[in-house]
Design a protein around this ligand. Structure first.
Ligand code: NAD
Length: 507
């Protein structure tokens, strides 16, 4: 039996040991989820929501306790846990309770000129057993939202939480038990990458993966052998563009929150701040003043908590050392804080260039790299010339300009004079382009992601044949007329061609 340790990011002490689920245990969990699938699928939407409603009530009642436990697991500030991890989940339940029936309902479509007398509709059916593989940075939200989205549609799920945050994995297990989720509908398997790989290899029907690009590639390669659908929610390198006409005070406060919320350990963290040169010096002073006011710690008023685990600290330090060596300037911060656990100073870096690791790769820490640009066009060009395309923002008083720049940004989500918060809006689809992955969840698409689409066309069945079926003998002229009439949108010609086809004498 292999185990992994959980070390507290706040105290540095060992909090426990967890068993790595073996491939055999993963297969057993998948088998339980498979057995639960048909009965769960056959429940009405309303019956499924009764289970979700019980979860919602528990979250409502125990939300603050959950936030404390997630904060202990991740080191994140208590209010980050409450607002960005917990609150989002009941909001999604509420949104889908109101809209799921409409999103998942059969949709009638007009079959078109070529199919007279027929009916057609599109319907959706669940994929089966979905494997959800979650990261450590939002271990509750990024597990629960895909899990609940999948089960609303009638799927069952095997969830593999991150080995970095097993306490939240246990919390989810506890929540499911207390909410009396039927056995097998949500299975949780704890473990490391080997457990995740075993889940992809098991008899699952889809994988929803959130994590790094490197692991995403492995997941996709393994899934391609079957093949099964995968959705990949990968890394980001958010580009924030500050125009000369922006409300600079708001933009500075926004940049601070966007870069430091959750200790900067977010796929949507501002990691490239483009500032036009005419306001550059003034804006740097504003940023510096805002950053120096950030309170780091583990009490309930802290703005920013700990770095969740040691390898993340190494990445942050390496990026900063390399950037400094290549000419970047640390305006404030830049060091680990001398106290137990892993706390790092909020860090403002200027003189950042596209060649630096700090610019090319995800830093995933409380570091705000600033790039001076001549104008918005240069900012846009740089923002788009990057491997990642998850989120971005534009800051300007001219909303038309903001909309134009937002439309030109190559990413899945863009905000104008705002940032990050759109992720928490259950109505808006979320996902990336380029190396940030593909597929969307949240919003209407967030349910359909876990469904197969089925197209149905219906003929009354009264006629003994169809005009366009065999035999083709003698139909060439009428069929050619039909071809041209359909393409020309000529109703009368289509009708005449069909009549001629039906009247074609038998051989
Ligand atoms: P990671 O890729 O190291 O791990 C993610 C999950 O994959 C973990 O549960 C891990 O155990 C599992 N895993 C590892 N190897 C595996 C394998 N071979 N097969 C299957 N599963 C395997 O990522 P992480 O460090 O946990 O998370 C941080 C990354 O996630 C960052 O890149 C961040 O940007 C990204 N992220 C993306 C989003 C998004 O919505 N796009 C959200 C949050 C985090």
């Amino acid at each position: 039996m292999s185990v992994f340790e959980k070390i507290s990011p706040i105290s540095g002490e060992k909090l426990g040991e967890f068993e790595v689920s073996t491939p055999a245990q993963v297969n057993e969990a998948v088998a339980r989820a498979r057995a639960a699938f048909a009965p769960w699928r056959d429940r009405s939407l309303q019956e499924r929501f009764e289970v979700l409603e019980r979860m919602r009530q528990i979250i409502d009642r125990r939300g603050e306790e959950f936030a404390r436990r997630i904060s202990e697991d991740t080191g994140k500030a208590l209010l980050d846990a409450l607002m960005t991890e917990i609150l989002v989940v009941p909001l999604f339940i509420d949104h889908y309770r109101r809209n799921a029936a409409k999103i998942l309902k059969k949709e009638s479509v007009w079959p078109g000129m070529l199919f007279p007398g027929k009916k057609a509709h599109i319907e959706y059916f669940p994929m089966g057993v979905v494997g959800v593989i979650a990261p450590w940075n939002f271990p509750f939200q990024l597990a629960m939202v895909p899990v609940l989205s999948a089960i609303i549609g009638g799927n069952t799920v095997v969830l593999k939480p991150s080995e970095v945050t097993p306490l939240t994995g246990e919390l989810i297990r506890e929540l499911c038990a207390e909410a009396e989720v039927p056995p097998g509908v949500i299975e949780v398997v704890q473990g490391d990458g080997s457990t995740g790989a075993a889940l992809v290899d098991a008899e699952v029907d889809m994988i929803f993966f959130t994590g790094s690009v490197n692991t995403g590639r492995k997941v996709m390669a393994a899934a391609s052998k079957k093949p099964i659908p995968v959705e990949l929610e990968l890394g980001g390198k958010d580009a924030m563009i500050v125009c000369a006409d922006a409300n600079l005070k708001r933009a500075a406060k926004g940049a601070m929150w966007g870069a430091l919320v959750n200790g900067g350990q977010m796929c949507t963290s501002v990691e490239r701040l483009f500032v036009v040169e005419s306001i550059y010096e003034e804006f740097i002073q504003l940023l510096r003043a805002e950053m120096e006011a950030i309170v780091v710690g583990d009490d309930e008023d802290a703005d920013m908590g700990a770095i969740t685990f040691a390898p993340q600290l190494k990445t942050i330090e390496t990026h900063l050392q390399e950037a400094k060596k290549d000419g970047a300037k640390i305006v404030c911060g830049g060091r680990r804080i001398d106290r137990p656990g892993i706390f790092f100073e909020p860090t403002l870096v200027t003189g950042v260039t596209p060649e630096m690791l700090l610019y090319r790769e995800e830093t995933f820490g409380p570091v705000l790299p600033v790039i001076k640009v001549a104008d918005e066009d240069e900012a846009l060009r740089l923002a788009n010339a990057h491997q990642y395309g998850l989120t971005g923002s534009v800051w300007t008083a001219d909303l038309d300009k903001g909309r134009r720049l937002a439309s030109q940004m190559e990413c899945g989500q863009v905000s104008i004079n705002d940032l990050v918060q759109s992720v928490g809006n259950p109505k808006l689809p979320f996902g990336g382009v380029k190396s940030s992955g593909f597929g969307r969840y949240h919003g209407d698409q967030g349910l359909l992601t876990f469904m197969h689409t089925k197209s149905v066309m219906i003929a009354s069945g009264r006629a003994s044949t169809e005009a366009v079926w065999f035999p083709y003998h003698g139909k060439h002229k009428a069929m050619t007329r039909l071809f041209h009439s359909v393409l020309g949108g000529q109703w009368v010609g289509v009708g005449k061609a069909f009549l001629d086809l039906l009247r074609t004498p038998k051989r």
